[in-house]
Design a protein around this ligand. Structure first.
Ligand code: PBG
Length: 329
């Protein structure tokens, strides 16, 4: 080329894999991935979840094996969801010391407790017969403050069973503060809180509700989860409140369709930001790949890179173990 300008050619840095690798600014590492796992009370065999090919509801035994496999692959942590055999209006199974999540947590502490981070999802929807994330008023609305008292008790039960981190996902106002005081009051000051801070009322949770058997039996979650039509400022408000109440890590969920939110939150808070690549994001890729319409592995890596590029330091994904194993440590 001629003229007054130097010959600027961005393609120079794209020439060959070694050069591209050298200048990469975003990398995937097994330690940044968290594997979600489901355990169901009373199962004798792992039960596949049809809308989440490759994901199962575990027995206590198969859970231990899956956890060991995930840890051997190098994942940074595990997040556990329990499905009780019996549900009731107040979600009694959630804080029962003999409830499925508490038993499974204790199993995992024995199996992998010194090698990985054990996180328990803290909510009521898997345990309530109505499927909502909190307890209801007589009029059938989710009662914020009565729910906080239940979350406080669940937090203490999960910490007592050995959770290193509890992850409140119910989007009640004040949940992080209530859980922090409950943990401190029960002698669990060292247990951290990974707050689902910016969690949207999303259609992308559909397959998860099959896996966790927690679809609301009436209405929806729009009165507590965020409206996708709101701006990122609301997410920043939620995350900032959670940090003030004691959140150690904040989360944005879903991930892929909400990368603007991941970026806004990552720019606003001093704590690490996690993003949850949710069940619908996973199911769509698996379904399209099954039809041969997309290159499954490329899309998985590209979707994860996008989430990291938006500013998430940690990603919860159903592909965690698989991706970690491929990346090596
Ligand atoms: C609630 C909870 C949900 C998910 C994680 N925690 C479901 C919901 O809010 O309806 C969804 C995760 C996913 O879709 O993968 N306990």
């Amino acid at each position: 080329m001629t003229g007054a300008f130097p010959d600027v050619r961005p393609r120079r840095l794209r020439r060959g894999a070694p050069l591209r690798r050298l200048v990469a600014r975003v990398r995937l590492h097994p330690a940044d991935l968290i594997q979600p796992l489901f355990v169901k009370e009373g199962l004798t065999e792992p039960a596949p979840v049809p809308s989440l090919p490759g994901v199962v509801q575990h027995t206590r035994d198969s859970l231990r094996k899956a956890a060991a496999e995930a840890v051997a692959a190098g994942v940074g942590g595990l997040i556990l969801f329990g499905v009780p055999a019996v549900k009731d209006a107040r979600g009694s199974g959630a804080d029962d010391p003999a409830g499925i999540v508490q038993l499974a947590l204790a199993d995992l502490v024995g199996e992998v407790g010194t090698d990985t981070v054990l996180i328990s999802d803290l909510c009521l929807d898997e345990y309530t017969d109505h499927g909502h994330c909190g307890v209801l008023t007589a009029a059938g609305e989710v009662d914020n403050d009565a729910t906080l008292r239940r979350y406080a008790s669940v937090a203490a039960a999960q910490a007592g069973a050995g959770a290193h981190v509890v992850a409140p996902s119910g989007m009640m106002d004040g949940q992080v503060g209530a859980i922090r005081s409950a943990l401190d009051g029960a002698g669990f000051g060292e247990v951290a809180i990974l707050a689902y801070s910016a969690k949207y009322a999303s259609g992308y949770y559909g397959p998860f509700r099959d896996a966790a058997e927690c679809a609301p039996q009436f209405g929806d979650r729009a009165s507590y989860q965020q409206d996708p039509a709101r701006s990122a400022a609301e997410a920043v408000q939620e995350a900032t409140l959670d940090v003030a109440e004691g959140a150690d890590v904040v989360m944005v969920k879903p991930a892929g369709p909400y990368l603007d939110i991941v970026r806004a939150v990552a720019d606003a808070v001093p704590v690490p930001v996690a993003a949850y690549q949710v069940s619908g994001e996973y199911a769509m890729v698996e379904a399209a790949a099954e039809r041969g319409w997309i290159d499954r592995e490329r899309i998985i890596v590209e979707s994860l890179l996008g989430i990291r590029r938006a500013g998430a330091s940690t990603i919860l994904t159903y592909w965690a173990t698989e991706v970690a194993a491929k990346l090596g440590r």
